[in-house]
Ligand binder design. Sequence first.
Ligand code: KIV
Length: 265
Amino acid sequence: MSVTVRDVRAFKERGERFAMLTCYDALSARLLDEAGIPLLLVGDTLAMVVLGHETTLPVTVDEMLHHTRAVRRGAKDAFVVGDLPFMSYQGSIDEGIHNAGRFLKEAGANCVKLEGGGRVLELVSRLTHSGIPVMAHLGLTPQSVNQFGGYRVQGRGDEEAHQILKDAKSLEAAGAFSLVLEAVPADLAKEVTGSLEIPTIGIGAGPHTDGQVLVFHDFLGITQGKLPRFVKRYANLGDDIRAAAQTFAAEVAGGTYPGPEHTYE
Ligand code: KIV
């Protein structure tokens, strides 16, 4: 059965931990859906892990919609979250509502996700009242990487921690139905989670959030190089892909592929 916002809220009410994964294409969506992952986030990490950019900033609304449609086509039951990219909602409330609406109307997303605290409260409220559920995102919000001066853990000092807690409560009051907490100390994530009725979904936020999210290419070991310490690789597909490609090339060079079983008479 299709997952709805009510199911997401019910996870927390029942004290049931839940998983979200990022996803960017239809076949992967189908696999994750079949695996029972209830939430698929078409994250703006698309910019980095699929399109090869250095940050999430360059990805456009049209690129995000293109991939959200694909994920929607592949996901039968999963709740599809469309991520509003950088500068698609920061300029004005009207622009934010227009772009968020496109994710539901044109791409079949079930909700949108957006980053930030105080500055997005009015937009969150207007979207919610327009029938567009909002997943909020606090802590390390990668669209503000230039403002932060790098990808750093947020909320370490008392003042920053207090601000994140305050923003979380305000986002809940404005109508957000869930909250991503990225790269914050576990104690702060625990406090935020305990202070809210809506579920929190952590990434680098320790074990006390209601849900956990990882990036598809990270959790499958496709992303190469050093990863943040919170990432656990559940497979080593990067090595598998490299080895398979080398074997294919060697078999083609050696004339052993295609064999008779791959050949039409
Ligand atoms: O864009 C994204 O993939 C995200 C997750 C890392 C939470 O925002």
